[in-house]
Design a protein around this ligand. Structure first.
Ligand code: BV8
Length: 250
């Protein structure tokens, strides 16, 4: 399906001084990372309540870590796709930019994005449940499950935000500020059902920003969008880069 790029969008992207981008699992789908709610989504086999909550971790840390260890093994060899690269390119071409990702896979960083906040943490970081210290840990597979803190022996947990947990305050504040002040807000590959991230496009819209959505399906955010590009993020990105005359340096 060839996605039509509206002329108005090309002009808006060229004129934009402040751009904010919100991404969800869909931006990593073409890299091979399963989404949460799709056909073969992660939640079909497991329910979020069973695995992505502090209660689940308290009840069965081994089960929760088996799920994360499996996801880490799956993600480790994967590469960014043209959508990640387009977003990293966009960052270098607009005066003010912020990428707000809900993803924990680290593929935006791998694509060269620098100005980003991770609203839901990062699967490559672990946190000591006793000391609160956060470390990067890229061991795949983990040598022991559940892994323990090498300095105090307490359980380690994934440094991600589970349901019912608050988002990192500074990341959320930075995201809100960007949504309130941007003139263009791109939403890529999110089902728009998880809050407070899903509220950001509405914040941008109500502060006068143009909102652009890239998603093969309609979402609760589609009605907010000035332009809705119904297609896969990687394909839309390549079409958009071509219309903008930008080469994908990636
Ligand atoms: C909080 C990290 C305050 C872990 C995740 C009732 C109403 C409203 C809100 C709530 C409610 N009950 C509870 C809440 C709050 C809750 C919430 O929103 N629940 C929802 C389910 C109703 N939120 C929270 O708990 C948040 N915290 O509110 O704190 C608080 C404090 C104390 C007590 C109470 C409240 C914390 C939420 C963070 C949860 N952590 N992940 C991990 O990953 O293991 S959420 C997880 O789902 C992801 O991180 C992601 O952010 C989120 C949303 O998923 P998406 O990224 O959108 O992915 P999804 O699969 O859903 O969709 C993929 C999309 O891509 C689809 O649209 C598809 O069409 C599209 N797509 C597919 N292929 C492509 C594509 N797009 C482009 N190209 C393609 N090729």
């Amino acid at each position: 399906m060839v996605v039509e790029i509206p002329k108005g969008l090309v002009k808006a992207l060229n004129d934009a001084r402040r751009v904010a981008v919100l991404t969800g699992a869909g931006v990593s789908a073409e890299s091979g990372v399963p989404t949460f709610r799709g056909e073969e989504g992660l939640w079909r086999k497991y329910s979020p309540q069973e695995l992505a909550t502090p209660q689940a971790f308290a009840r069965d840390p081994k089960l929760v870590w088996e799920w994360y260890d499996w996801r880490r093994g799956l993600i480790a060899p994967l590469e960014p796709n043209p959508a990640h690269r387009f977003i990293a390119l966009l960052e270098r071409r607009v005066p003010q930019f912020l990428l707000i990702t809900q993803n924990i896979d680290g593929l935006h960083q791998k694509a060269g994005s620098k100005r980003l906040v991770e609203l839901h943490g990062n699967i490559w970081k672990v946190r000591c449940t006793r000391e609160g210290t956060v470390k990067e840990d890229r061991r795949v597979p983990l040598p022991e499950i559940p892994p323990r803190c090498e300095s105090c022996g307490a359980l380690l947990r994934p440094h991600v935000v589970w349901f019912g947990e608050s988002l990192p305050v500074d990341a959320l504040e930075e995201a809100m500020e960007a949504a309130e002040n941007c003139d263009l807000f791109l939403v890529v590959g999110t089902s728009g059902v998880v809050y407070p991230a899903a509220a950001l496009p509405q914040v941008a819209r109500s502060h006068g920003a143009l909102v652009v959505e890239s998603n093969p399906e309609e979402t609760p955010l589609t009605s907010l969008a000035t332009w809705s590009l119904q297609g896969k993020a990687g394909e839309v990105a390549q079409r958009l880069a071509r219309e903008m005359g930008w080469k994908d340096e990636g």
